[in-house]
Every structure is written in structure tokens, then in C-alpha cells.
Design a protein around this ligand. Structure first.
Ligand SMILES: [Zn+2]
Ligand SMILES: [Zn+2]
Length: 756
């Protein structure tokens, strides 16, 4: 055999649920192509993959190997660093590398059409003609907004079609019109100009002493790995600390990655960043972007043309060649955990990335996760609550605690928190008399009130007054929620809807009444009580139309609303300067959940909602309705003492050996036929007999929601104080389960589950 016939083999990761790489012949490929996207045949279809290794031989008979169809050389290869992140995730979360890797890319790059999409995006460039340069923008008809926008953009220099399309509404017709007039023409791609570093942040932003001290510590750590936990009370100006740190990173010609919870990624936040860094290139990355827009942002980031990436959890995989700072705002927020496919925690992956790239990471929150809090624990006191957690103690990655204990606006103070004892107090449609009186006072003074109800709909259930029958979803083990406006029952788990029954399904009585309160019912009750008040409801039902939430928030910000009623959509990020009262209904509901994290989540939520009151000088008050006024959780909320609450919780977790005192994995099993899931889960427990070293495996139990969308759900928890022991165990267990699972069973392993 002649030597030049020797074949080169590309080992390719594919988006398939298998752990292996796949070999393809690719003679024009070498080591430099590792990380490149390739189009390959797979079965009867064509799919995209990523070259992970390049070799001279294959264990498969090379005569049987198929060839790579196309190497996408128009995209830079995925950097080795980023491949390593995918590898880490695949190993740690026990998920196939191909799915992990491809899943971290923009969807447009995962389709077999990727090359076409990229070609179409290479796109044409446009520039003004000599004639167009003479045109006075003001002479264009006022209604030609799109043409004005396009012409003024091009007067500043040639621009790519796709960028213009993303930036300008009604771009196409305007483009045609200006081409017809001869004012613009296609142009050469302009030479790349290096981005100027952003202006160092203007010092007109007054930081208080604590903010200054926090910023100084972060700045001092630029250029090396250090994790910071920025614990700041609501309104303490954490964002200002972020902005200062980002300014410093940008000045050092580094990129900054800023992760925020889904609900916080608002136009206001984007505006705040753009206003602060006017000459920096900022992109957003989140799942609601158009395919091309997201690809565009990703490519610009990869090319180093972007200085700040502002995004939700998926942005943690953004390709950042010169990453210099990572920020995770509201680090405790559950939306950082992906709940399907690769069940990663973006916060934890962000910490990995910061360490890998040798840069600081700032985890910020008013109510940190107990995991992060205990990681910072040794640096603030010796309360002893963590002494049992040997591993936590041994961890080298101690977080440094930065505390902001004052509100940034000096005249603003934390609101006073009061409890309304529902055992003594009458309530109307769920709103206590005492709270109604408080709202009335605010109305008289022309101040705003916010009423927080963590349930949308009119009432969480309908109930027969004769026999207590309650309509349930036919697909889920859950009650149907009553939506009065459209007279429907809706399942909030699977979306199933049905008409409100005229009679009880059990005894035939027509006497059906709503049970409990949702946002709609509270809104109606307040409207009846205060007919002249301007009341606005903010929840998922009321804000379905794009931009409607923003309009409502803007109106509230301008003082055009007297009472806001809503779910946790209200709780975050929005400042209403005139808001002085927060009322919290049905907080008790989550107190008796089986999930050991329920109190932690409730505390975070209460603090967050309470923090809306009294932000701008006017003193705020918070009134919480409860049947359990003596519960220690409420006492901690009243004192707004996170450390006390955290100590109490950590002591409990230590005793129960729950995270962060241990590590968990959850096997979730779903089956269609009754009993299938439970039988299989029990079998999975049996599979662990004998080789669960240093790992405790619990019995199979029904999930909190036993049936969802027609699937029966069962779970098995395994726990260990040693992360390493648990990791080894998961590897073995996964193989065993995969070997035993019939097709009719769906199962996943959730490492570090957030909801149990
Ligand atoms: Zn009945
Ligand atoms: Zn349902």
C-alpha cells in the first residue's frame, strides 16, 4: 500500500444520545481542525458534528467508514478551552459529550443547513453612494422612519446586511427604496478595525464605602482566579459594583460575561449597560432570540469583537477568547439550573470557567444559595455549623465574602416587616382587613402598593360545596386552576384546559365555588374594595403579548398605577420609586413542601418582594399574611437577617445530611403504564446493591407531582458526603440502568438536583 493513501480519521461528536465519538474519513483535516464543525452522513440523514480528535487509524474497518461531507471553514474552530468545558460538563453531569457540545452551540449551527445559513450571513455590505452622502436626513418624509434609520446608519460607514437587518425594523422595504433611489449600493467588506477599549467608567458614580471596598477587592483579583460572594441587601447597589468591575476588565482589554436570571434580562438592564459603556460592543444571549440573531451574537463574541456578553444561563457557554471577568447576578436563582437535557447549573459551570481561565467570578445575591454561602463560610465566622462537612472544609476553592449592608440611596432604609395573623384577622377574598386598611392609607397619600400572590388564575381550585369534589387534570395528578375571565379550568403543569363544569362530577350539585386565591381573584377583590384605584395585574396571563409586561412596568414607574397585583414577575429588578407598601398573600403555601429547599426559596422570595418597598427615600412597609406568625422563618424575614436564617438552615441540612453537607443525584423515572415507573425505579435501586460505596441510596418514591401529562413519575435519591464517591457511583449506576431500561421507560439522572 502506498503511503499517501493512508487515511486521516476525524473523531466526531454528534448530537445523539450515545457516549461514543464517531469516526469519519477526512483526508483534508489535521490537528488544527480540532473543534471544527463538520457535516457528516449519519444513518439515512445528514447531521452536524464537531471534530474532537484527529487520528491516523480507526478501530472500525476503514473500508466501512463514511467520509465527512463538508468541513465548515467559515467558522473558527471551537477553542480548546471551550471543548474542555463541554468535556467537564459531560463527565460531571453524566451526559453524552456530543449532546453536551452541540447543545452548547447556537441552534443554527446544529442543523445540516448550517453552511447555508452561514453563507447567507456572510452577506452583502452596503454603503452610501456619493449622491446618498449629500442627502439631508431631515428632508426625508417624517414617516419614512426606516429609510432615515438605514441611511443614517450607512452614513457612518459600510455595514453588513445581516447586522442592519437585526438592528433596524422594517429593514427590507427601506433597503429596496434606497437602492432604487441610488442613494446606497453594495460595497466591499470593510477592513476589521480593532475595538477601542471602553471608556474607563466615569467617576461620577458615587460609591459608598462598602461598594468601594468590594470593587477594590475584585479589581485586585483581575488576572487570576478568585470566587467572590457578593452578599448585598436589596437596594444596596450590587449592580454598581458589577459595573465598576466590568469597566476595569474592559480597560484591561478583557471580555466580561454577565449572567442574569431569565426574568431579569430586561430592556432596562440592557439600557443600563449600554448607557454605561457607550463605546463597548455588548451582545445579549438568550433563548428567545431569533436563530440568526443568536448566531450573529455568538460569532461576534467568538471573533473577539464583543466586550460584554449579557445573557441567561445558556450564555455560560459563550465562546470568549479573552474572558477576564464573570458575574452571576442573583446567583441563587433557580433559573440557572437547566431542567432538561444536560441538567447543568450555569452558576457552577461559570465557576469552572473562571477557574479554568484564571479570572475572577462574582456571585451576587441578597439571599445567596446555601451552597455558595457555605463556600464563603470560613471567611466570615466560626459559627461551627459547617464543621461536619469535611469536604466543604477541604475544598480549596474558598469564596471570598463581600458584604453590602446598607442601601445605596442613603435616605432609603430597609422596609419594616409586619405579620398579619390570619387566625385573628378577617379576610375578604383572601386579603386581610389589616392589609386593606394599609392599602387605603397609601391611596390617600398617593403612594403605590404592591400585592404579591404567587399563583396566577382566579383560584387554585374549584370545590363542590356539598361533597368537596375538586376537578383534577385528566393527564396530571393536579387540580385544575380556575380562570374566571374565560370561564375555563387550566392545568398549570401540562396546559390542558376544559370548560368549567356546570355540576359536580361526583354528586351532581351545581354549588361549585372557588377555593383559595389567585392573582385574578385578588385583583377583583381590590377593585371591588377600591373602585377608584388604578389597579394593574402582572402575571403570565396578563403579559402574554410581547412587550406588554414592559408597558405595564413603565406605567407603574411613571406613577400611573396605584396598586400592582402579581406573581413573582413583580418581585425582581424593577424600581418603583413611589412604592411604599408590599402585601404578601399565601406565603404559607410553600412552607410544608416535601422539598428540603422550600424554606430557602421562600425566604429568598420574601426578601426579594419585600425589597421592592421604600427604594427611593419614602419609608417602606411589608405586611405578610400568615397562619403561622411564630414560625422562625418569618422572624428571620422580619429581622432581614440572612446570616441567622442561613445558620438555622445549615444546621438542619447538616443534621439531615442534605446539601451542602452532602451531594445528591436524583434518578427520575417516567412511565406511561400504571406501575411501570415504580417497578423500574425499584429495580434501579436493586442494581446498586453491593457497589454503592460511601453512597446512601434511598427507596423509590413518587415525585412531588406524581403524574404529569399522562406520565407516571417516580424518583430515587442517592446521597454521599464525598463528591468523588458519588461521581464514581453515578458512572456505574448509569451504565447499569441503561442496560436494563426498556423502551417504554424514560429516565434521567439529575446531578445536584435543585428540586427534589
Ligand atoms: Zn359534589
Ligand atoms: Zn395537566
Amino acid at each position: 500500500m502506498r503511503r499517501e493513501n493512508r487515511q486521516r480519521i476525524a473523531r466526531v461528536a454528534l448530537d445523539v444520545p450515545l457516549d461514543s465519538l464517531f469516526d469519519f474519513v477526512a483526508n483534508d483535516i489535521d490537528e488544527a481542525d480540532i473543534g471544527r464543525l463538520v457535516r457528516v452522513p449519519f444513518g439515512k440523514r445528514t447531521t452536524m458534528g464537531v471534530v474532537v480528535e484527529v487520528a491516523d487509524h480507526s478501530d472500525v474497518d476503514t473500508a466501512k467508514l463514511r467520509a465527512v461531507e463538508e468541513v465548515l471553514r467559515t467558522v473558527e474552530p471551537i477553542a480548546r478551552n471551550d471543548l474542555a468545558v463541554a468535556r467537564f460538563c459531560a463527565e460531571y453531569y453524566h451526559h453524552p459529550l456530543g449532546q453536551t457540545l452541540l447543545g452548547s452551540l447556537p441552534p443554527a449551527l446544529r442543523t445540516a443547513r448550517a453552511a447555508q445559513i452561514l453563507r447567507s450571513m456572510e452577506a452583502r455590505y452596503f454603503a452610501v453612494t456619493a449622491e446618498g452622502a449629500q442627502v439631508d436626513l431631515d428632508r426625508l418624509p417624517a414617516k419614512s422612519v426606516a429609510q432615515r434609520g438605514l441611511l443614517s446608519a450607512l452614513k457612518a460607514g459600510p455595514r453588513a446586511e445581516n447586522e442592519l437587518a437585526a438592528a433596524l425594523p422594517r429593514f427590507r422595504p427601506a433597503l429596496r427604496a434606497l437602492l432604487d433611489k441610488g442613494w446606497i449600493a453594495t460595497a466591499q467588506k470593510p477592513a476589521e478595525t480593532a475595538q477601542a477599549p471602553a471608556d474607563p467608567s466615569p467617576s461620577s458614580f458615587e460609591l459608598n464605602e462598602e461598594q468601594n471596598a468590594a470593587s477594590a477587592q475584585i479589581l485586585e483579583a483581575l488576572g487570576r482566579y478568585q470566587a467572590f460572594l457578593l452578599h448585598g441587601i436589596t437596594g444596596s447597589g450590587k449592580t454598581e459594583v458589577y459595573l465598576q468591575s466590568i469597566a476595569a476588565a474592559l480597560a484591561a482589554r478583557r471580555q466580561a460575561l454577565v449572567l442574569v436570571p431569565e426574568i431579569n434580562l430586561t430592556p432596562q438592564l440592557e439600557q443600563r449597560f449600554r448607557a454605561r459603556f457607550p463605546s463597548a460592543s455588548i451582545v445579549m444571549l438568550h433563548s428567545h432570540m431569533g436563530e440568526r440573531e443568536r448566531l450573529q451574537a455568538w460569532l461576534a463574541t467568538q471573533a473577539g469583537r464583543v466586550q460584554i456578553v449579557l445573557g441567561t444561563r445558556l450564555a455560560v457557554f459563550a465562546p470568549l477568547p479573552s474572558l477576564g471577568l464573570v458575574i452571576v447576578d442573583e446567583e441563587h436563582d433557580p433559573s440557572f439550573k437547566q431542567q432538561e437535557g444536560l441538567r447543568y447549573s450555569a452558576r457552577d459551570v461559570a465557576v469552572y470557567r473562571a477557574r479554568q481561565r484564571g479570572c475572577p467570578i462574582v456571585l451576587g445575591s441578597a439571599t445567596p444559595s446555601l451552597e455558595s454561602w457555605s463556600n464563603a463560610a470560613s471567611s466570615f465566622d466560626g459559627s461551627g455549623s459547617l464543621k461536619g462537612a469535611a469536604e466543604t472544609k477541604a475544598a480549596q476553592s474558598r469564596y471570598r465574602l463581600l458584604s453590602l449592608t446598607h442601601r445605596a440611596v442613603p435616605t432609603s432604609t430597609l422596609p419594616a416587616v409586619y405579620l398579619l395573623d390570619l387566625n385573628r384577622e378577617a379576610a375578604r377574598e383572601g386579603v386581610a382587613e389589616g392589609l386593606l386598611r394599609q392599602i387605603e392609607q397609601r391611596l390617600k397619600r398617593g403612594e403605590q402598593s404592591l400585592v404579591f400572590v404567587n399563583r396566577r388564575g382566579y383560584a387554585p381550585a374549584l370545590v363542590c360545596q356539598q361533597c368537596a369534589w375538586v376537578p383534577e387534570c385528566s393527564q396530571c395528578a393536579a387540580r385544575m386552576v380556575f380562570h374566571r375571565a374565560d370561564r375555563r379550568l387550566v392545568c398549570h403543569h401540562c396546559g390542558h384546559t376544559s370548560r368549567v363544569p356546570a355540576r359536580c362530577g361526583e354528586c351532581g350539585s351545581a354549588d361549585l365555588a372557588p377555593l383559595g386565591e389567585g392573582t385574578q381573584r385578588v385583583e377583583a377583590a381590590l377593585a371591588a374594595q377600591f373602585p377608584d384605584a388604578r389597579i394593574v395585574r402582572i402575571d403570565r396571563d396578563a403579559t402574554r403579548a410581547k412587550g406588554s409586561a414592559q408597558r405595564l412596568f413603565d406605567a407603574a414607574g411613571r406613577g400611573e398605577v396605584d396598586i400592582l397585583v402579581g406573581t413573582q414577575m413583580l418581585a425582581k429588578g424593577h424600581d418603583f420609586p413611589n412604592l411604599t407598601l408590599v402585601g404578601i398573600l399565601n406565603a404559607d403555601a410553600s412552607m410544608f413542601s416535601a422539598d428540603f429547599r422550600a424554606p430557602e426559596r421562600l425566604f429568598a422570595q420574601l426578601v426579594q418582594v419585600a425589597g421592592r418597598a421604600g427604594r427611593a427615600g419614602l419609608p417602606g412597609e411589608v405586611w405578610i399574611q400568615t397562619r403561622f406568625p411564630n414560625h422562625p422563618l418569618y422572624a428571620a424575614v422580619q429581622q432581614q437577617d440572612f446570616a441567622a436564617f442561613a445558620d438555622m438552615q445549615l444546621a438542619e441540612r447538616n443534621m439531615l445530611l442534605m446539601p451542602p453537607a452532602s451531594h445528591l443525584v436524583l434518578l427520575r423515572v417516567e412511565g406511561r403504564k400504571p406501575g411501570d415507573a415504580l417497578r423500574f425505579a425499584r429495580g434501579a435501586v436493586d442494581l446498586t446493591r453491593g457497589h454503592a460505596r460511601d453512597v446512601t441510596v434511598f427507596d423509590a418514591v413518587p415525585a412531588a407531582l406524581e403524574r404529569k401529562a399522562g406520565w407516571e413519575r417516580v424518583q430515587v435519591m442517592a446521597q454521599s458526603r464525598s463528591r468523588k464517591a458519588l461521581q464514581n457511583f453515578i458512572g456505574e449506576w448509569r451504565k447499569a440502568i441503561a442496560g436494563a431500561a426498556p423502551r417504554a421507560i424514560r429516565w434521567t439522572l439529575d446531578v445536584d438536583p435543585l428540586e427534589v
